[in-house]
Structure formats: C-alpha cells, structure tokens
Design a protein around this ligand. Structure first.
Ligand code: GTP
Ligand code: MG
Length: 376
C-alpha cells in the first residue's frame, strides 16, 4: 500500500484515487453518491456504500477495507487490534471543549470530548438548547482558554437556534459576536430523512472547515413526531440508530465533538444502548458516548452524568443566564475563587452531590435502554 510509510496529513492524501484499484470510473461513481474522500468511505461503511452506489456487497466491503487500511497506516484510525500504548495515544488526541462554567466542566472532567457523542436529555425548559448555544461559542475559544479554535455545524430540527443568543453569549465571554456567528453553520432539518441527509452531506465539509462541534438539537424530535404508535416504534428506533451511529462515526473519524439533545417526559427514552459497547462494527474501535441528564430545580438546573465509563456518577448545579449556561451564584463564586484560586476543584466542591439513593430529585435510575413499548 502507498500509505505504509507515511502519515496522511493533507486532503490530497485522502483522494479516492489514491486507493489501489480505484480508478476514475469508481471515483466518479462514488462522488456521484456523495462520497468525496477516503474518510467518507469509512463514515458510510460497506452496507450503505453498496446501497447508495449499487455496487455489489463484496466490492463495497473491499473498497471500505482498503480505505480503512489506508487510514490506519496513515495514523488516522485505530487498528482493530492495538496495543494499549496506541489506544492511549489516540485518546491523547481527544480534545475537550470547556462549557465556560466550572461546575459543568467538573461534571465532564474538563469539557465536552471530541471523538465521542454526548447526549443531553431532559424535560422542556431544562436548558438543553441553551447548553448547545453556549458550546457553539466556547468551542471557538483558543486552546489556552479551553476551546478548540474550531467551527460548528448546528443541525436545528425544532427551529430554536437563535443567533441573538449567540451574540449575547459571545459578548458575555468577551468574544467578537460577529466572528462567533460567522463560525457557526446552521442547517434547518425539516424531517427525519432530511436530518440524516444533512449529516451524510456534512461529513466532507468537516475537515475543510475545521468543524470541531456538531450539534443536533433535537436529535430525536422529528423521529418521534413521524413515527407515532406502537407499530412504528421499531422502524423509528432503526432509523434513529442509523442516524446516531453516523454521528458517532463522524465524531470518531474527524476527531470532533458531537452533541445531541433529547427531550424526555415521564419515561426517558435515551436513544442508544450500552455505552460501553462499541457501535459501528470493527471500523470504530473506541466508541464513547456520554449521557447527561438535565433537570429543572426552581430557578436552578441540575446536571447529572449518567452511565459514563470514564466519569464518576455525580451531579452539579448550574444556572442559565446571559452567558448561556453559568455557574450558580456566579457573583459569590468570583469572591470565593479569589480567596482560594489555587484550588479550582475546592471552590466548586459544595455543588457536587455524591450520588445517593435517598435523592428523589432525579429519577433516571429506572430508565430503560430501549424505548418502552408504551411510551407513546
Ligand atoms: P425544550 O427544547 O423545550 O425541550 O427545552 P430546552 O431544554 O431546550 O430548554 P432551553 O434551553 O430552551 O431553556 C429555556 C430556558 O432558558 C428558559 O426557561 C429560560 O429560563 C432560559 N433562558 C433562555 N434564554 C435566556 C436568556 O437570554 N437569559 C436568561 N437568563 N435565561 C434564558
Ligand atoms: Mg430546546
């Protein structure tokens, strides 16, 4: 293989015709189907590739396998069997995006992770959309300030994206609001198929535009609205799974953070299964997905990390304000950090509640992995 002794660094290296056996005809066929580079092949996978190009399954598997090898050898994708050192190295590349608050950064152990999908679920008004807006701004901060100096793709399914909020959040963070708006691309999705299509089309823009955050607010709403009733639940789950897997694969392949919201009512229907199980087959080795539960508590909000393989299960209290998500009592906090600025964790400790069975405020323990049949 051409890639054996070199590292893929440029888009040029990702050209489809760099793959052995892929000539102009196949390249044309692939790009007609919306596949423009080697990364796209990985993101779609063999089954979908066969479906959209009309290739037979063996040919499709063959091409995807070659793409996988090229990326592995170029150092862009983890191998199927890797040493702990290599896993460690890939994980070292995980970026973290600050939430702009001490409390939520503590919950997330530094911030929203790249190479992974974070699902925020909670009832209406719990602050999911405000959180998304805030992350759109903080991801643009320079690395020294906890951002990734990146841009955003925002898939808006409920028509709740508000540029005015971006302006006020950016101002509150001392950033240029115009620039902040300029670095967010918003796509309005009108139905669930369109939502999936946007994501499929998006994958090739990600690298060119240095997109470091992919937001889908809400990820589930359109699916829920379109597939009503018991008979359609499994179809809905299947389509939703496809969408979620695509999101995870994009996040892992392009080292960007995916953030998806999910409104829940009485019975939370979180939309993916066991977070410790790799999703996406053998191409994607270290799927990481996090779930955060948001809950209203008077004027304050509670966020809880649920079922994370890497984070302790804990809760923090946060607020909503001009700056988006904010630390509770930001004023008193400023004073307390002045007196104890050497110890960041110390100053937020009082807001961290250790998980306790007697805590009745957040009822997520009884949730099920799949959508219960009677949830509609
Ligand atoms: P659904 O999408 O309906 O499920 O809700 P959500 O979880 O997305 O809630 P959202 O993030 O829209 O939160 C709405 C709440 O944010 C409102 O009830 C307000 O309390 C708060 N909020 C929104 N905008 C502002 C603002 O400009 N300033 C302040 N202080 N609070 C705001
Ligand atoms: Mg919302």
């Amino acid at each position: 293989l051409k890639y054996r002794y070199r590292t893929i660094r440029y888009m040029e290296d990702l050209r489809l015709d760099n793959l052995p056996g892929v000539g102009p005809v196949t390249t044309k066929k692939l790009s007609d189907a919306g596949i423009h580079n080697i990364m796209d092949l990985i993101v779609r996978g063999p089954v979908e590739l066969a479906e959209i190009t009309g290739m037979d399954k063996d040919t499709a598997s063959n091409i995807v396998e070659k793409a996988r090898q090229a990326l592995v050898e170029g150092g862009l994708l983890a191998k199927d069997f890797v040493s702990a050192t290599e896993v460690y190295k890939r994980r070292q590349e995980i970026g973290k995006i600050t939430t702009g608050t001490e409390c939520l950064d503590l919950l997330l152990d530094g911030g929203l992770e790249t190479q992974g999908l974070t699902e925020v679920y909670g009832e209406f008004g719990s602050g999911k959309t405000q959180f998304c807006h805030t992350m759109c701004v903080t991801v643009q901060k320079p690395k020294e300030e906890g951002g990734l100096d990146g841009t955003v793709l925002y898939i808006d399914t409920e028509n709740t994206f508000r540029p005015e909020r971006i302006v006020s959040i950016a101002k509150a963070h001392g950033m240029d609001p115009e620039k902040a708006l300029d670095r967010i691309m918003v796509a309005r999705a009108y139905n669930s198929a369109h939502q999936t299509l946007i994501l499929e089309e998006a994958s090739h823009m990600i690298q060119e535009n240095n997109i470091k955050l992919l937001v889908v607010d809400s990820a589930v709403g359109l699916f829920r609205a379109e597939y009503l009733g018991r008979g359609t639940l499994s179809v809905r789950q299947q389509r939703l799974n496809k969408f979620v897997h695509l999101l995870v694969r994009i996040a892992e392949t392009y080292n960007c953070a995916a953030l998806a919201t999910n409104q829940v009512m009485a019975s939370p229907d979180v939309f993916f299964g066991d977070p410790t199980r790799p999703i996406g087959g053998n191409v994607v080795a270290h799927t990481s997905t996090y779930r955060i539960y948001f809950k209203k508590s008077g004027k304050k909000r509670i966020a809880r990390m649920v079922d994370s393989p890497h984070h302790p299960e804990q809760e923090v209290i946060f607020g909503l304000g001009e700056a988006g998500v904010i630390d509770p009592d930001s004023e008193t906090k400023k004073k307390s950090t002045k007196t104890a600025k050497s110890s960041k964790v110390e100053s937020v400790k009082p807001e961290v509640k250790v998980e306790s069975k007697s805590d009745s405020s957040v009822d997520v323990d009884s949730k099920t992995e799949d959508i219960p049949e009677d949830s509609e």
